[in-house]
Design a protein around this ligand. Structure first.
Ligand SMILES: [Mg+2]
Length: 500
């Protein structure tokens, strides 16, 4: 049995037989809504985090996409493209339930199923090459099996010798696609794509490749490892050469190198309230505390970054003298750094109205089971209390009745957000029901997120309300194409934190 955290299963060897399948659900959130509400089917539909004219559409139905509507577009602009657009707000627990059911369906065909996000999974059929002779037939069975349970859900399936190319296969045909990539046809498929169509190649990487004379995916595949190393500045170039030439480098992620992070993008209204920023910081730390409790981990590194409207940012990294998991301790370390910086520079406060994004990340984990608690320290007691609290939270999770005092400064500042990248905060009960273990907020229809949002809103914003763009929480933690992210907080400590 393979383990997700085992990097050695990324064999790195080229294998030319297409034995990896990638499944990508089409227009996932919108289709989930149309599944539950047949009256919304075959209609242009946009899914919003909350109902406001300034909100951005986080997911569009296939019908809405035909009008040119894309995820992240402001509702006002969408309405101009398609006046009859219908909107609904998100129902995260419903999307999670379907995710769990779809994963259960996939496990009927193969025991090596790795969920990559709420609407994507990779299936490794390498140990099944004698069992299944025709993976396309299996793919069609999977589609039929999903349709039998959820008749409105469609998926694109890619089959290829490695997980990267299988994912490329899902990009090539939408909706309801099925593409098999093999050594004989790969160049003809790549010839239809631009560099930025490759998952993991965004503008910055495209520029690096163009500078070195690589203009398209076919040229990239036939470039030497040395040239690609030059383009990407090191071993990452080797990875690119290998993934385009049928070697497996992406299927499993290395658990011990993991970073956990929580990030939040703020709307203009939110960033104007200092208290909201403070609450947001506490919420982010609490979310990481919850994850550490759940996975019995403590962290020894902590980093925090603030991004501003003009594209600048402020980052700090803290090396902890002892492993920690307490959210309020994390908050106080971060605040101390902020205060030090502000006093040294005498500039305007770091938490100001130009803030657009806050990210807290933790790394360098220790397993709680082998942790040495220092003598005469009440930490052990505190950790027991914390565990009990989260267990109680699970029992009384409806309406999030049980809260820590520190979560109450501004309640609901952290709405339950389904990150496209995150499926980590989920547990499944024996009867298949999903519990959103350790999440702060449940989706409650009709409840507005925050008191401050009740202020009259400006008639028209010049930029989208970033608060509605899907929150890619912990996307470093889901490194399908690890090493390629361009916006990671600095993981290296700049100064050793000397305790309290
Ligand atoms: Mg999808």
């Amino acid at each position: 049995m393979r383990h997700k955290g085992d990097i050695f299963q990324n064999s790195g060897k080229a294998n030319e037989v297409p034995l990896v399948m990638y499944i990508d659900m089409n227009s996932y959130f919108a289709s989930c809504e149309q599944q539950r509400h047949p009256e919304l089917r075959d209609k242009p539909l946009g899914v919003l985090t909350y109902d406001s004219p300034n909100a951005a559409v986080i997911a569009a139905s296939l019908e809405a996409k035909k009008f040119g509507i894309k995820s992240g577009m402001r509702l006002g602009d969408c309405k101009q493209l398609c006046p009859e657009l219908i909107t609904v707000t998100t129902h995260p627990s419903w999307y999670r339930q379907i995710h769990v059911d779809v994963m259960a369906i996939l496990r009927n065909y193969c025991d090596d199923v790795i969920p990559k996000s709420i609407d994507e999974a990779v299936m490794n059929f390498n140990s099944y090459h004698l069992v299944y002779t025709d993976l396309s037939a299996i793919a069609n069975k999977i589609k039929a099996h999903i349709a039998a349970k959820y008749d409105y859900l469609k998926c694109s399936i890619g089959i290829a010798p490695n997980s990267f190319l299988a994912k490329v296969g899902t990009e090539l045909q939408k909706p309801d696609g099925l593409i098999v990539i093999n050594p004989a046809n790969i160049d003809s498929y790549l010839a239809t794509m631009k560099l930025t169509d490759l998952p993991g190649i965004a503008k910055a990487n495209e520029r690096r490749l163009l500078m070195i004379g690589i203009r398209n995916p076919v040229e990239m595949r036939h470039s030497s490892p040395a040239l690609l190393r030059k383009a990407f500045g090191g071993v990452v170039g080797d990875y690119w050469h290998r993934r385009l030439n049928f070697a497996e480098v992406d299927m499993y992620s290395r658990a011990e190198n993991r970073t956990m992070s929580a990030t939040r993008t703020l709307s203009r209204v939110q960033s104007q309230n200092r208290q909201v920023l403070d609450s947001m910081l506490i919420s982010l730390c609490t979310r990481l505390e919850q994850r550490m409790v759940k996975s019995e981990l403590f962290c020894k590194e902590l980093s925090f970054s603030i991004r501003y409207k003009d594209g600048t940012s402020w980052d700090t990294a803290i090396k902890l003298s002892e492993p920690r998991r307490d959210s309020m301790e994390m908050v106080s370390y971060i605040k101390e750094r902020i205060t030090d910086f502000e006093q040294a520079r005498k500039l305007q406060p770091l938490f100001n109205e130009h803030v657009t994004n806050l990210t807290v990340a933790i790394a360098s984990f220790m397993n709680g089971k082998v942790m040495q608690y220092s003598l005469f320290d009440n930490r052990m007691k505190k950790d027991t209390v914390r565990k009990v609290m989260y267990d109680i939270k699970d029992v009384y999770e409806q309406n999030n009745i049980v809260r820590k005092g520190c979560e109450l400064i501004i309640p609901n500042v952290m709405k339950d957000a389904v990150g496209f990248g995150s499926v980590k905060d989920m547990i499944v009960k024996q009867n298949g029901e999903v519990k959103n273990r350790h999440l702060l907020e449940e989706d409650k229809p009709g409840v507005r997120r925050m008191a401050v949002l009740k202020k009259p809103e400006p008639p028209r914003q010049t930029e989208p309300d970033y608060n509605d763009i899907p929150q890619n929480e912990e996307w470093e933690g889901v490194p399908l194409f690890h090493g390629l992210h361009q916006t990671q907080p600095d993981p290296l400590p700049k100064k050793v934190w000397n305790g309290r």
